[in-house]
Design a protein. Structure first.
Lengths: 198, 198, 198, 198
DNA sequence: GATGAATGAGCTTTCATTCAT
DNA sequence: AATGAATGAAAGCTCATTCAT
């Protein structure tokens, strides 16, 4: 008995997201998604190769959402100053508004280190790092930031934001001006020292 | 047929740690620990209530190891300057030398958010936060650091270190002077501005 | 590799009944039912939530079978005389022909007092008591039977039948006219004294 | 570290009884008895060959207690009238005062049908039947009771009492004069018809 | 008498995935 | 596009019992 649907795929994704955010990725079973979506097991596997593919699809959407929030940071000609500040600010604001989603991404990142089913996700995350590294190298060549190995640079700029959001996701109260504060700190941590004029 | 042992409990813990570090917590089965330790299933459960209790015991040891590495940071009368720098430095050096263990701790932290079996672990982690917050408040009262909400302070000081170690754990090359660099940055990010003299 | 079946659910129930009757409920493992039915573990749990649900389904069928045997007793307008005699007679005859099934029901009843997995079964049994009590109260209002608290009435009417069947189930020889004898005794034990005419 | 005890065996039995009555025989683990008694696993097995032996020992005591309650019934020369009445009365009164113990005995009886560990218990129960049968045959020879196959006689006399006590054990309210009522009914159900004089 | 570490077969149940219809 | 019956490996864990000390 096939019932009509606008978009089964969409329904499944929505249901999966709800489940993942509520209980986490591991604790979410295909059965739970089946019930939450109203779709059959077969339907789910018709659209998604496996559970990992569902996570992948949702993460792609999430990343898109966050990128939009930090759009300014993506302009390749923007000054480092603005790009970095906006990037961090965008991340923090988006993260404060999407704690459950961020927690989900964190779980996935963590699991991806061991779970072959999430290999694609791992690849995507690593690619993001490559882009970031290139971006930072560009700023360094323009002498806007101190040259730093990428892992250190990334840590200095985004580490506090992630750390902060992780605490908020674990139940801590958000701090009023966190986004601005962390954006400022990120920039302060990597900016090149002012050229001393004669 | 009971065979004699020096310390069955120890053997089990060692085997469990090996498995956890190699494959991760979730991917490690009791059966794997059984085989790696030579103990029987029953013995494992004789000493540990469940898989989570094994993780808990190992984490306690790991934390002890890292605390030793950052011993100076624990002296309540040490100047903030030194306490914070040494704390971060110790964490980074220990983390660089124990990447697999840190990855394990990260997985556990992530899973603890959803898995009731790891509830105790979550509690322990939260307690660690409480202690850190008290420590920081102490420094703030002494005007050595800027007053900041704890989540922000924690993020500014330790966020970069965790972020950096996470990248190293995921395969990135360690950077030569990372420990000093991150220690310095941590202090710079929270220190109180020099009192301006008249 | 899915093979076609007339009715997997039925096959599983049949196999489960066979096992339960042969070895008892507790001693029957899901593995035994799997082998006896040819179904997979997963199939069994696809149709039945747990072992208790299997027992429940079989008991429902057994009760239906016995009710059919005592159909006359269910006519609400039948005289108490006939209803009670037939009810007991039907129970005894059915029980003599289904000793193993009765033993199984007895085991379940006994276990249901402590095993949460059999909570539903307990509820069903209690409901049966409620119906019987109502029935008896009806007869009492019509002055066909002496008024008695239900536990006593139930005991006087059905206690001997159950006791007898329990002995037969434990290996004693069935007695030739037991059904009629016990039916008669049941009626004699509860009937109202003849109204003395002037 | 051996601590002194008046009677370890006794402590273990008491603890076992408490557990059995609270949770039932199957649901009681040796571990539970260990904790409740304060004895070690080894101690328990020092005194009792296995779990079944514990049940056996407790049942023996229980039977002794009930026999004492129905002492009069055991006088071989007592008239059937009195022996049967007192026997049933004693059983009911004792059962009303020891519902949990009776429930335990019922569980054991039920399990003994399938569980080899309880074979001894089964033998003891069957022996009780043999004694009862001999007793009844004696009365029949004296023409005090109608001749009946033992299963039927047993059912007529004791069936109601057991049925009633089972209901009380399952939570029904005890009925005020149940003991007398059931004793009377037991006698009425088996007594020989008054010899009709010419 | 007393201890408790050690055993290991065996249990119920879960769940991602397949595939005939 | 959709269904849901069927699969079966694998998991975590229990527990009566043994036995060296």
């Amino acid at each position: 008995m096939t019932r009509p649907h606008r978009d089964r795929r969409r329904e499944i994704l929505n249901a999966a997201l709800t489940c993942f955010l509520e209980r986490g990725y591991r604790a979410t079973t295909i059965g739970a998604i089946r019930e939450a979506s109203g779709a059959s097991t077969g339907s789910i596997y018709h659209f998604f190769a496996n559970k990992g593919a569902l996570a992948r699809a949702l993460l792609d959407e999430a990343v898109a959402g966050w990128s939009a929030a930090a759009a300014a940071a993506l302009d390749p000609d923007a000054p480092a100053d603005q790009a970095i500040r906006e990037s961090v600010r965008g991340l923090v604001l988006w993260g404060e508004a999407n704690t459950a989603l961020l927690r989900f991404m964190d779980e996935i990142r963590s699991l991806a280190l061991n779970d072959p089913e999430l290999a694609e996700v791992r690849a995507a995350l690593e690619q993001g790092q490559t882009l970031g590294a290139a971006r930072f190298a560009h700023f360094a060549r323009r002498r806007e930031v101190r040259p730093r190995p990428w892992p250190v640079a990334h840590a200095l700029m985004l580490g506090p934001a992630y750390s902060y959001l992780r605490l908020v996701g674990a139940g801590n109260e958000p701090a009023p001006a966190a986004a601005d504060l962390l954006a400022e700190a990120a920039w302060a941590a990597v900016r090149a020292p002012a050229a001393t004029s004669p």
